[in-house]
Design a protein. Structure first.
Length: 181
């Protein structure tokens, strides 16, 4: 080599023990980052339906349902087969809906309109967007203790107007929008 030419200087050689320690630390760091990613991912939801803005939501697991809160819950058993058969949602997806009535609020679906404490919220759908018949809740009275009524202002929302009240025990938690479109 001629003088003044840059030379590549490699650091000192690592011993087998030092290399094993480095691999152990990198493995622990990778495991820790993977665990953190899993914890974070267990709180993220994607809303697929147009009843609320589509996008990414944060699920606060265990947070109690309250009037006006967005909540997440599995598709109720009474309509699960219908949802799977018609492919309304991907398997295992949670529904995200606002709570519109709770214990002792008066809910009525008579006359094809959902009213909560006498105020109209929206029509009760009898057919889906493909014209297929939908079940609908025939409710008129106080919401029983331990249940919540969920509904969106979106005219074609698949909510308690279709499947009835949701047990509080089914509510996974409250939901906050992170990024929507």
């Amino acid at each position: 080599m001629s003088p003044g030419q840059p030379t590549l200087r490699l650091g000192r050689t690592m011993t087998a023990r030092e290399l094993a320690g480095l691999y152990a630390r990198l493995s622990l760091l990778t495991a820790g980052l993977s665990a953190l990613a899993c914890v974070l991912a267990s709180h993220l939801l994607w809303n697929w339906t147009p009843s609320l803005p589509r996008g990414l939501y944060w699920l606060s697991r265990g947070a109690q349902a309250r009037l006006g809160a967005l909540v997440a819950f599995p598709v109720p058993g009474g309509v699960r087969e219908l949802v799977e058969e018609r492919k309304y949602l991907p398997p295992g997806a949670l529904l995200v809906k606002p709570v519109v009535a709770m214990d002792s609020d008066r809910v009525c679906t008579d006359g094809g309109v959902l009213t909560v404490n006498g105020a109209p919220l929206g029509a009760v759908l009898t057919r889906d967007t493909a014209g297929r018949p939908l079940p609908h809740d025939h409710e008129c009275g106080a919401v029983p203790e331990g249940l919540v009524y969920v509904a969106s202002h979106y005219a074609k929302s698949f909510d308690s107007r279709t499947f009835g009240p949701v047990p509080r025990s089914d509510i996974q938690g409250t939901v906050t929008p992170l990024w929507t479109y």
